[in-house]
Design a protein around this ligand. Sequence first.
Ligand code: ADP
Ligand code: MG
Length: 515
Amino acid sequence: MSKIIGIDLGTTYSAIAQLDDLGNPEVLSSTDENRKITASTIYVSGDKVVVGDKALDALTATPKNVISETKRQMENDVAYSIEKGEWVEKDEAEENSYTPAQVSSFILSKLKGYTSEVTKAVITVPALFAEKARVATLDAAKMAGIEVIELINEPTAAACYYASLPNVEKISGKILVFDLGGGTFDITLCSVEDQNVDVITSRGDKWLGGKDFDQEILNLIDEKYKKETGKNLDLNEGKLKFLEIAEQIKRSLSVKNSHAEVIEGPEGPKKIEITRAEFEQSIQMHIEKLKMLLEECIDGSGHEAKEISQTLLVGGSTRIPIISKTIEKVMKKPPLTGVNVDEAVAAGAAIYAGLKSKDSLNTAQKKAIGKVQLKDVCNFYMGTLVQRDDPILNRKVTENLVVIERDTKLPAEETTSVFTIHDDQHGIDCSITQSEGREENREFVNLIHQGDLEFPDKKPKGREIEVTYKYDTSGVMHCTFKDVSSDKKYEISLRPESAEDLKKQYENIEHIVIE
Ligand code: ADP
Ligand code: MG
């Protein structure tokens, strides 16, 4: 029988968890390194792909063959060129290159090997992951031979894990999940009552995480090296290696007040010391940003910090002491300790997989997680572009019309009508937009799909088109544009139905051996 599996496909680290016979989510260790988290880094050479920390060993000798932070590329039409050692436009990519979905499929294939019989899984994505990136994640799973039960937002998975903990009924209320990883920052506010998790709202920054802190430490090292020797480090050549050293220093500063390291530079080795205070000073700007988003999330929910009963920490970067201190200042109480920041997301995904496969649960599993319930929300405004007459400008303008509001409970279905503005119009553009703010201006929205609806006949202006958006619990959209008078429709599901493209992508990697 297929196992009940949850996967945290992270920017920096990934993890796979399985629901054990007693209903406890167990994060599985890698078979080769016996670690519960696997670096989301791969090394490619010919037909061989190495996934995990071992891939990092190749950084010095063959850095171009090492691919990391693929998740940040999931929404882009790019491919990693081994020859160039960077992401390039997909159209310009030569043979020896890999799409973000392909690279992610290698990571998923590796994780799948930590246990047997993985055929289905719940996979997690950041709350603010764009539609296209969600679809690419589904593609990656397909290529790895995993059927996705559902995609679930990372902070929501962590909340789900929290709700399943024994005795949690006694400490329920409004819970804030603060997830700071290597590349992204997500905060989600939810309400947990009797193991029912209701997501209220999420905020975040796709470009804020531990990597930014590594860069700040590298700047400090470089500055100090120059002060001592008069020369800067050569960051063109060995930048990735230096960033690895910077990361080690950062980790050490989470437990010590200062750290000294011998740095090899153009003027020979020099011992450089960095203190925790210097580090905290260097990341001050990022801390301000985190604080601002935290406050925005609470304000946006219509609540006050004092009404929130617990803050749950998720993600490796929450181990940095100044992060907890900042949270404590805003929330007026320290964050909850005791929840494993590396494992909560994968564990929560496994619990959610169990909830979605209730028929295959045994009695003990049902007893352990059966009461957990989850309601998530749509994290974007989903809209369409419409034309209207602007009496002030005296011309037609294109603007964004919101169809589904942000924070609408999922699954959601909304219908709105739009009308033609010309006589005898041949058809309309069916555009689908996504935005984090409530935008009318087309410049500020992401156009995620464009199609046409041709009318079968001619009619005077004012012809009605019904626009229906359905947003399922995986965060995947189904859209219909219907010409009311003729019933003719344009329909699109923003799902990985680009079967041809996917087949081609799969054929390119079929022969690859994953270690
Ligand atoms: P992601 O969700 O992006 O895959 P993780 O939640 O695994 O990432 O967090 C990875 C980040 O956490 C990295 O930037 C790593 O340097 C950082 N990190 C892990 N442990 C520590 C620590 N003890 N002190 C500071 N940062 C840490
Ligand atoms: Mg993460």
